[in-house]
Design a protein around this ligand. Structure first.
Ligand SMILES: [Zn+2]
Length: 156
């Protein structure tokens, strides 16, 4: 993890304020993470690079699994003979904290790798945040995704 100070633009300060708890959603996107948004992004970018992955590869895989699991209409679905995946849809929609037009479904996707019992959870907005912004959310956020966990569990 990088410890050197990274300069953050005023635009990022504004987005970061939108992400702290009690702003746009009940839990916030940053959890207990006290790092600046730009530091979180820089650290995760470094990790993703060192794993030999890209945000797009990760987002595409999550998207693909979500689409397969949606066919279960709320019941668990076995995806690729390896994963037990359940999608819960919650009423309502949520905007991207970057201020993009459009709203994302309040979904909650839970994946369990059958062989190991390891789990990952994510949401539709979470996939967008990874794909468009390289943002895996802050430590302590319930939707934080560690790139190394994604690689190991999903065998990317
Ligand atoms: Zn966005």
């Amino acid at each position: 993890m990088s410890t050197r100070p990274v300069k953050q633009s005023p635009g990022f300060d504004k987005i970061e304020r939108n992400m702290r708890p009690m702003c746009l959603c009940q839990w916030g996107f940053l959890g207990y993470d006290r790092r600046k948004l730009v530091e979180i992004l820089t650290d995760d970018q470094g990790t993703v690079n060192s794993l030999g992955l890209s945000h797009e590869m990760i987002a595409n895989r999550l998207q693909e699994i979500t689409a397969k699991a949606r066919q279960g209409l709320g019941d668990p679905v076995v995806v690729d003979d390896k994963f037990d995946v359940e999608v819960y849809e919650v009423r309502g929609k949520i905007p991207c904290p970057w201020g993009h037009p459009g709203l994302y479904r309040k979904s909650h996707v839970k994946l369990e790798r059958i062989e190991t019992g390891e789990t990952l959870i994510w949401s539709d907005l979470g996939i967008h945040l990874i794909e468009e912004h390289g943002f895996y959310q802050g430590r302590g956020s319930p939707y934080r995704l560690e790139p190394a966990d994604i690689k190991r569990i999903l065998e990317l």
